[in-house]
Write a protein that binds this ligand. Structure first.
Ligand code: ZN
Length: 594
């Protein structure tokens, strides 16, 4: 495994792999930066070094190589990460190896569950095309779905049977795995044990839910029955080892490329809305599936964009789920615009009745969230009485406080005051306070590195044998004159680098703060330092050490004079003279200023 990992690491380009997950911008000749996917932030503190093949976040301190990135972001173990990266680079896998039997069992189960879902999807598609699928085909045609659209989203039909799917899948997996798939249900027996399994989805149109790689992991099923027998209009797969509702955004697998290209995501509520809009060429669309956004979903989206245009059903715009989603996105610093479609239509009907051009036009005229909210406040609390104005303001204040950026809050508060016609000094003060309330998050970035430290860190991090002499200079100075380096903030990183056995310098430094400083030095590097540079850096360190010692001596001498301790004074003065001479000597050695 380790040998194979090395091969993969040599062939993988960390920049390309990371770009598959988040947006990166070129920040220097060999480094890239972007928003960290592992913590919340508004300005990029996440860097990737193209040559040294590591990433580092100055915000939360995570760092590592391509495998650690994939492991973290996909939440998988090292062997799985190696396999994923190998897959991305088209490197064939060796036979499977796992570090523990539990991991092996888990991976086997996940693979089996994916296989079951794939087979079920194909089978549902087949049923939709068959004679029993006629009602479903009619329903889908009525919703304006063409056969191509049905195929693209792999929509299917679950027939009216308790055992048809079970019979289809039973030879593929044991009973326990079939239960774990969520495709089946069972009744609890009198003795508390679970009864035999039967098909969970019956007489329903099946919409597959895919993970970000496009593999089907769950289903949403819409009933075709009406009346008492129908049950819930939509039912979803339960939580399974593959599927956690709060961690999936519907259609993100298909929409991600368009979201990045267009630099915003269109957010609709229903899966049907999403499919309908997507199939008409607006491909940056995703759906919440009617429930409020979770933090994981926000994090998922942030990897691709921080701008969202929200188009919820007009009658649902005030609904709890919609409001909560918008609130969470606001808190997370997203820029939000809101579309309201006239005629009270949902996106699906609007686009079918008025066409894609009219819908695009509606998207372009989306209003800023603050304008939308102020408008809502005015409609909900009409009239010019001060009582109504207070109510309107109380509606707006929490929204204002939620915005992470002070500038945005100021703007919002000023707009609200103006549009609501608030002239009372008291109310204006209240708005001003709301804008002040939240402190902007300041990204603390270590910028205490001196030029000398940068040179030495880079020298100690040299990996190319051709530059070995520069590295040796630094290693030897550190070993022979530890006192010179004592006062440096990066001495721990330097010592760790000097001792390092591993090839990767970032792996040698374990302390997160020290690693951040090393990353900062390496990310700014275009090429390793030359011997001459290292030599001058060491000399400067020495000078500074001498100057520090001189300063100490001056204090000691002053004290000795005050105490009239002449023996001590003579000793200290002697030491100071020696230091003066050493310093002069150093200065004479120094090459003329470049
Ligand atoms: Zn971070």
């Amino acid at each position: 495994m380790i040998d194979f990992a090395q091969t993969v690491k040599q062939q993988a380009d960390i920049v390309k792999v990371i770009e598959g997950y988040i947006r990166l911008r070129k920040a220097g000749s060999t480094n890239y930066s972007g928003l960290c996917p592992f913590h919340k932030e508004k300005s990029p503190s996440f860097s990737v070094h193209a040559v040294r093949q590591f990433y580092h976040c100055f915000g939360c301190g995570v760092s590592g190589d391509v495998f650690s990135f994939v492991g973290k972001i996909e939440n998988v173990t090292f062997p799985e990460a190696v396999r994923i990266v190998a897959g991305k680079c088209g490197i064939p896998l060796p036979k499977r190896e796992f570090s523990s039997p539990e991991q092996a069992a888990e991976a086997r189960q996940r693979a089996k569950l994916l296989e079951l879902h794939e087979t079920a999807t194909a089978w549902f598609e087949e049923q939709l095309r068959g004679p029993e699928g006629a009602v479903a085909r009619e329903y889908l045609a009525g919703r304006g779905l063409s056969p191509e659209g049905i195929k693209a989203f792999r929509i299917g039909y679950a027939p009216d049977s308790f055992n048809a799917l079970r019979d289809r899948l039973s030879a593929m997996a044991d009973n326990e795995t079939l239960r774990a798939s969520g495709l089946f249900a069972s009744k609890e027996q009198g003795d508390g044990s679970l009864g035999p399994i039967y098909d969970r989805f019956r007489k329903r149109v099946m919409f597959p839910i895919a993970n970000e790689s496009g593999r089907v992991i769950a289903f949403t099923a819409r009933t075709l029955e009406t009346g008492d027998k129908a049950g819930a209009k939509y039912i979803n797969s339960p939580e399974t080892p593959l599927y956690s509702k709060g961690q999936v955004l519907f259609n993100l697998d298909k929409a991600r490329t368009a979201i990045r290209k267009m630099e915003f995501a269109l957010l609709v509520e229903g899966q049907m809305d999403c499919i309908s809009v997507f199939l008409r060429g607006i491909q940056n669309v995703i759906a919440t599936s009617g429930t409020a956004f979770t933090e994981q979903q926000v994090a998922l989206l942030r990897r691709h964009t921080a701008q969202v245009v929200v188009n919820f059903d007009p009658d649902a715009a005030g609904s709890n789920a919609a409001e909560k989603s918008i609130a969470l996105l606001t808190e997370e610093g997203f820029t939000i615009k809101i579309v309201t479609l006239d005629g009270g239509l949902d996106p699906d009907r609007y686009i079918r009745e008025r066409g894609v051009e009219a819908y695009m036009q509606a998207l372009r005229s989306a209003r800023r969230q603050s304008d939308y909210l102020i408008e809502r406040a005015r409609q909900s609390f009409p009239g010019a009485s001060s009582e109504q104005k207070v109510k309107a303001m109380n509606f707006l204040l929490p929204h204002i406080r939620r915005m992470p950026e002070k500038l945005a809050r100021d703007q919002f508060a000023a707009d609200a005051a103006q549009k609501l016609g608030i002239d009372s000094a008291v109310l204006r003060e209240e708005l001003r306070q709301a804008a002040l309330r939240r402190r902007d998050h300041i990204e603390a970035r270590a910028t205490s590195l001196t030029e000398v430290e940068r040179v030495l860190l880079r020298a100690l991090a040299i990996t190319d044998p051709a530059d070995e002499r520069a590295r040796r200079l630094a290693v030897e100075a550190l070993a022979q004159q530890p006192a010179w380096f004592e006062h440096l903030g990066t001495v721990a990183a330097m010592q760790a680098l000097a001792r390092r056995q591993a090839n990767d310098p970032m792996e040698a430094v374990e302390d997160p703060a020290q690693r951040a400083l090393l990353a900062e030095a390496l990310l700014a590097e275009t090429k390793p330092p030359e011997e001459g540079e290292v030599q001058s850096a060491i000399q400067e360190i020495q000078e500074r050490a001498i100057e520090n010692r001189q300063r100490d001596l001056r204090t000691l001498i002053a004290e000795a004079e005050r105490r009239a301790d002449f023996a001590e004074l003579a000793l200290l003065t002697q030491q100071k003279l020696e230091l003066d001479r050493a310093l002069r000597h150093l200065h004479n050695q120094k090459p003329p200023e470049r």
